[in-house]
Every structure is written in C-alpha cells, then in structure tokens.
Design a protein around this ligand. Structure first.
Ligand code: ATP
Ligand code: MG
Length: 442
C-alpha cells in the first residue's frame, strides 16, 4: 500500500476527548471513527488489526474442536421471555419493534438463541459434547460508554457455548476453553491471567476472567505474582493434562475484586508475592449447568430418560483486544507503539528519504517494496515527501514493528533495517525477508 493512496487519516494532535492511550492512539492514527456515543466505524488500519485478532481467536477455537456458526444480531424476544431474562436484562438491552409490532432485540449475548438452535436438532446424548461458537457484533446499551472501543455499546465478540451430558463432561469442555484462551492470548504476545471470578446473579458454579495487566484497566485484581510463571506450553487437550493445567493455576491466589477477601489474600500469599493492581478483562469463561436448559427445556435422550444438558459459555472481546494490546504494548517513555507481528496491520514499512527534485530514493524504495510484496509480505511504503524525522514520528505511532529506511547512502547489501524500538542494523534484502518471516512463523 502506498501511504499517499491509503485511508489512514492521521490527526496532528491527541484528541482531547480521549482519556487513555489506546483511545488516543486509535483516533490519532485513524484506526476508528466515532459515529455516535459508544459506536464506531472501523477504518482500514483498525479493521486489519481486528481481523487478524479474529483469525487467531478462530484458529484456536477450531484447534480444540469448537465448530463455527453464525447467529444473527437481531433476535426475537420470545426466547428471552422463555429463559426469564427479557425482564431481568434491563436497560442494557436494545429493544426494537418490527413493522408487525413484534418485539425484537439486538443481541447482547446468545445463550438463549444457541439453546434454541441446539434443542431443535440434538436429541441424543450420543451427539454430545457439542461445542459451538460464533464471532458477531453485540450491542449493550452501557450506562457509561468510555475509553473508545474498550467499553462501547456496539462491539465484536467471540462467544462459544458448550453442551454436555454431565458435570464431569462439562468441566472437560470448560478446560478445553481454558487452554484455548491461554494459547489465543499468547499468540498476541499478551500474558492473560485466569482469575477466579464472581458468577454473579446467574449463580453458576465456576467462572474465570482472563485479565491482562494495565493501569488503565477497569478490573481490580489481587494475585500471587508466581502465577505469571505458570507454563502451559506442554499441555495437551487430553483430560488429565487439562486438569493438571487448571491445578497449576489454581495453586495461586488470583481473584478480581468481587471475590476478594483481605483475610484469604493475606493467609494464602506471602507478603513479597502479593500483587494488587488493575487489569483489562479480555475473556470470560463460565459454567452454569442447567440454568438455560431447564428454563428452555433443552434435553437429550439418555438411556430412555430425558436429561437436561449442562451448559457453559465462553466470551472473548475481539474488538476490545485491539485497545487492550495497545495498553499493554505502548511504550510511554519512548512514545512508541509496537504491534506484535501476529496482529500488526502491516508486516513492515519502507521509508524513503525523498529530496525535492530527486526521485532516485523513491525509485529504489519502490523496487524494494515490490520485492517484499512478491515474497508474500504485507508492506506500507511512505511515498510522501515529508522529512525523515516526521515520518519516523508518524510511524512510531502506527506501530508497524519493522522499518526499512532508504537514505542517501543506500547499499543493496547493507540496507538500513530497524526494529521499531531498536537501533538499526545493515543487512541484505534476503536477510530482512528471512528475519520478518521467521518472526511471523513462531
Ligand atoms: P465487563 O465486566 O467488562 O462489562 P462482561 O462480564 O459484561 O464484561 P461478558 O459478558 O463476559 O463481559 O463478555 C465477554 C467479553 O466481551 C468480555 O470479557 C469483554 O472482553 C468483552 N466486552 C464486554 N462488554 C464490552 C463492552 N461494552 N465493550 C467492549 N467489549 C466488551
Ligand atoms: Mg458488562
């Protein structure tokens, strides 16, 4: 992509309405544009990042055997009346009437709809477990939308649902998601900690929030620092291996404020290991047994008897993650954003120093750009005639992790190559391509 032809509407200054880094940066670099309170359009740069996050989420769901579906955004109120949540949900739910005067709503979540889909087709326990997910827009009329896409009204979520015959089987499903979540966030270079969470008014049995540390987060957390060293890399999807993983995490005290007890914290964690800080909730897994299957009569045949299925639900804030990654990766001191390569809007950028009346550097840069593209990389070239220091400033905000600078001492075998937050090195184009591809593939 040529910068001059791209739709990346960069602002000169930080917008004053934005209070936290991710919101400032996303507006400043033209990733999003607000269309009304808590509702945003996604412009090319932001959209590319979100789509990469979505794809990682998808691949990790598929890996543990969850099947993708797509449910609509608009739902009928009937199923919500069946579950009893139509009245309970309150003003966060956007209610709509169609031309026949039927009560519809814009889905804030999908337990009811997926239960309806399940019960109409699955009749025997032999078809269990069923693990289904979709990635779809949600609407919640939040009381105080804030921090840009971190707490907005329309947002993009992966939500999955599990259906099992027994508590034991359901816990196995739960643990598969537990592992899938750890792997998902790891691929985004985030360390997300599973924290025991309150099950709230739903009154379920088991719940974890996946939280990444950030001072601007809205969740208060209390944890044993040693939880950051738990390693999940050798865990397999085998039942025992998953149980062991859960145990390794649950050895350490880690809760959000709803579950916090000062006494428990102090009894369980030595002073030097206590950490009390803030974080961003990027995912939430939840086991609630037969809450919806009972109210919505979702049963399967089990040796001639009808049994209510045991269910769980599992969310990831796909759009929130775009902001969360910025909060985690933006370097305040250097004023540099660096996207993890797995979600970066471009793999690398080419920055020619362009002198007036002399196109030779631009020509060399275009040549390099074409070769990089040919090798399969996604590249942004800055063909504008801004000077190098303002280009560098601009690209420090855009956060593309690799830069190739074409200046007056250009030498084909020693091209200036820079990881955005490091000193430059001088290597050949082949070596540059290899470095970026190696990074992408691990
Ligand atoms: P929160 O406590 O932040 O309101 P929640 O418990 O209501 O979250 P869930 O219903 O579990 O959230 O939704 C799953 C995920 O969707 C959350 O972990 C979060 O990442 C994301 N999410 C929830 N509400 C919003 C919102 N208003 N804007 C953006 N993302 C959201
Ligand atoms: Mg909420």
């Amino acid at each position: 992509m040529y910068f001059s032809k791209s739709f990346i509407p960069i602002l000169k200054n930080n917008p004053t309405e934005a209070k936290i880094k991710s919101h400032q940066l996303m507006l400043r670099t033209g990733m999003i544009k607000q269309s009304s309170a808590g509702i945003y359009s996604w412009l090319p740069l932001g959209f590319k990042v979100m789509k990469k996050i979505e794809q990682i989420v998808r691949e990790e769901q598929n890996k543990v055997g969850v099947q993708e579906i797509l449910m609509p955004t608009i739902q009928s109120s009937d199923i919500w009346k069946e579950s009893g949540r139509y009245d309970d949900y309150g003003e966060e739910m956007l209610r709509i009437k169609d031309r026949q005067n039927r009560e519809m709503l814009y889905g804030p979540t999908n337990e009811e709809l997926v239960t309806e889909i399940f019960r109409s087709s699955i009749k025997s326990y032999k078809s269990l477990p069923q693990l289904l997910y979709h990635i779809q827009w949600k609407f919640r009329d939040e009381l105080r939308p804030r921090f840009g896409i971190m707490r907005c009204r329309e947002f993009y979520m992966k939500d999955a649902y599990s259906f099992d015959i027994s508590d034991d089987e359901a816990l196995y499903s739960y643990n598969k998601f537990f592992l899938a979540y750890l792997n998902t966030f790891k691929r985004m270079d985030l360390s997300a900690i599973p924290m025991a969470a309150d099950t709230g008014p739903i009154g379920g049995n088991l719940s974890h929030e996946f939280i990444i540390l950030a001072n601007t987060g809205e969740s208060k957390i209390f944890t044993d620092k040693r939880i950051f060293n738990v390693d999940s890399s050798s865990t397999t999807i085998d039942q025992n291996s998953l149980l062991e993983l859960r145990n390794n995490y649950e050895k350490f005290y880690a809760v959000t404020d709803e579950k916090f007890s000062k006494k428990e914290f102090e009894d369980n964690v030595n002073e030097e290991n206590r950490l009390q800080t803030k974080g961003i909730e990027v995912g939430h897994i939840f086991y609630f047994g037969d809450k919806y299957s009972k109210s919505m009569n979702a049963t399967v045949d089990y040796n001639g008897k009808k049994e209510f299925v045991k269910m769980g639900s599992y969310g990831i804030g796909v759009s929130r993650l775009v902001g969360a990654i910025i909060e985690a990766k933006y370097d305040d001191k250097k004023e540099i954003m660096k996207w993890p390569i797995s979600v970066s809007p471009y793999d690398c950028c080419v920055l020619p120093i362009i002198n007036k009346n002399d196109n030779s550097n631009l020509e060399k840069a275009v040549n390099i750009y074409n070769l990089l593209k040919k090798s399969g990389l996604d590249v942004l070239i800055d063909d504008t005639d801004e000077n190098l220091s303002s280009k560098i400033k601009k690209f420090n905000l855009l956060g593309i992790p690799y830069q190739i600078i074409i200046g007056k001492n250009f030498n084909e075998n020693k091209i200036e190559f820079k990881e955005i937050d490091r000193e430059p090195i001088y290597i050949s184009l082949e070596e540059i391509i290899k470095k970026i591809k190696d990074k992408k593939s691990n």
